[in-house]
Design a protein around this ligand. Structure first.
Ligand SMILES: NC(=O)c1ccc[n+]([C@@H]2O[C@H](COP(=O)([O-])OP(=O)(O)OC[C@H]3O[C@@H](n4cnc5c(N)ncnc54)[C@H](O)[C@@H]3O)[C@@H](O)[C@H]2O)c1
Length: 457
């Protein structure tokens, strides 16, 4: 190696070392793209750790609210936004600020389209928007859940179309002075679960090169106690999908067993409780009215779509999807049968839906089975009302347009049937059972209450 080349390499090593140093001493500028359920809490964590943080979002209203110190996510109090703003947190819609960032973390949505295929448009739009402002030495991390190959096959090629000819650093390139670094690191949060602090959830990181993995690990080390480096972005992408598919398949299994138990007159909840006493080899999953949220009903289909490119059928995923999708129909049938038992038709009956968010104690409606159940009930002529502490109104969403307003709980006895779809902690179930004419319980929320009015389904 010539003296000149040696000097350039050592200069670059210094520069790279200094990025790590900036992560360690919290002086690196961190940009978070997509300030939703994942991105906003992450931005607050980095701010809390002492970093100057800029949040980017295309939604003017969200950026406006944050700039006024207001929150739009229930579990993030406005006081946290105000505290972050007093530190070094700001939000913007202006992508040109990307050039000031040392690390950029992408947390944009990855939904399915109408054909239930991956919709990567949020990732590609983000990549196209940041490419003009990319600079050498920056670290770009994708956190959005997606199929294995997205980082290398979709994100990197767009970023490499930059006007300066900069490339993402790969193992084969060695250390180049005009490259940027790319990694994938999945978000593993469980909304509403306060039993594990976010910093205690180990952070899986897979870089395009070992250097990118190291840098991403150094960044996340500021807020996560344990970093789990893996060999490639595809391994990290597949890790997240395995975790979600594991949940999806096991929930389908208990949903199917519940249907059998109902026919056999066996209490599936008691069975799960008893099986959970086994100290090894069993993890409990619980049946419900159907899957909801942005992750479990959606993510497995990212993999089954990708698998088809390899002439491969992911049969567990398809079967689990079939069972889970049928659950809201089972609930509607159960409501109809329960009404029938008291000589009332579904058509014309007044039904009160309790809980519309997709799971207990969260303010998230995405893919919620309650929305499908309301639509199915209305289609059959039922007169449907709802109550949920988190949603004063149900307006237009991606797949529905209900235009309903929340009703109070003070005249429960006037409804022909009360259906517990989401078992929020705020509800007083003994009072609900006492006052209602008929209760259909999809969550075992009325466990321990003995009443002929209760139909568990
Ligand atoms: N919500 C969860 O609990 C959870 C858990 C694990 C993983 N994930 C994954 O994290 C990702 C984000 O999910 P989320 O729940 O935070 O979504 P979200 O819809 O709550 O937030 C996404 C944000 O991105 C913004 N956005 C969209 N396009 C943009 C663009 N081009 N530039 C800047 N901002 C843009 C939206 O306005 C929105 O504020 C998804 O891939 C999801 O699968 C979510």
């Amino acid at each position: 190696m010539s003296v000149i080349t040696q000097t350039i390499v050592s200069l670059e090593v210094d520069k790279l070392g200094s990025l790590e140093m900036m992560f360690a001493n919290r002086t690196a500028n961190v940009g978070i793209i997509g300030l939703g359920y994942v991105g906003l809490p992450l931005a607050l964590l980095f701010t809390e750790a002492g970093f100057p943080v800029t949040g980017f979002d295309v939604d003017f209203q969200k950026v406006d609210k944050l700039s006024r110190g207001e929150s739009y996510i229930y579990r993030v109090p406005s006081t946290e936004i105000q505290a972050a703003r007093r530190k070094k947190f700001s939000a913007t819609v202006n992508y040109s600020d990307i050039s000031r960032m040392d690390a950029v973390i992408i947390c944009v949505p990855t939904p399915l389209n109408e054909q239930r295929e991956p919709d990567l448009s949020f990732i590609t739009n983000t990549a196209e928007a940041i490419t003009p402002y990319l600079r050498a030495g920056q670290l770009v991390v994708l956190e959005s859940t997606t199929y294995p190959g997205t980082t290398e096959e979709v994100l990197v090629p767009i970023l490499e179309k930059n006007a300066h000819g900069m490339r993402a650093q790969r193992e084969s390139n060695g250390i180049e002075h005009d490259s940027f670094y790319v990694a994938f690191s999945p978000e593993r949060e469980d909304p509403g679960n306060s039993s594990v602090a976010r910093c205690d959830i180990p952070k899986v990181v897979g870089g395009l090169s070992s250097r990118a993995t190291e840098l991403a690990g150094a960044l996340y080390q500021a807020i996560f106690r344990r970093i789990v480096p893996v060999s490639t972005p595809a391994v990290a992408e597949m890790t997240k999908l395995l975790e979600n598919i594991y949940r999806c398949v096991n929930i389908a299994l208990v949903n199917e067993l519940k249907l059998l138990c109902l026919r056999m007159g066996v209490d599936v909840w008691e069975v799960i409780e008893a099986a959970s006493t086994k100290p090894f080899g069993f993890q409990p999953f619980y049946p419900g009215p159907g899957l909801g949220g942005h992750c479990i009903p959606v993510d497995p289909f990212y993999l089954s779509w990708k698998a088809k490119q390899w002439d491969f059928q992911t049969r567990f995923i398809e079967l689990a999807g079939e069972i889970n999708v049928s659950m809201p129909y089972h609930v509607v049938n159960s409501i109809s049968t329960a009404l029938n038992s008291v000589r009332k038709p579904l058509n014309g009956s007044h039904i009160l839906i309790l809980g519309v968010s997709y799971k207990k104690d969260v303010d998230d409606l995405r893919e919620s089975p309650a929305l499908t159940i309301i639509e199915l009930l209305k289609q059959q002529g039922a007169i449907v009302s709802y109550n949920d502490p988190y949603f004063p109104a149900l307006l237009k969403g991606r797949h529905y347009d209900l235009q309903m307003e929340r009703v109070p709980l003070d005249n429960i006895g006037e409804y022909d049937c009360v259906a517990i779809i989401t078992d929020h902690s705020d509800y007083e179930y003994p009072t609900i059972v006492r006052d209602a004419q008929l209760v259909v319980d999809t969550r075992n929320a009325t466990r321990g209450i003995d009443s002929p009015k209760i139909v568990r389904c």
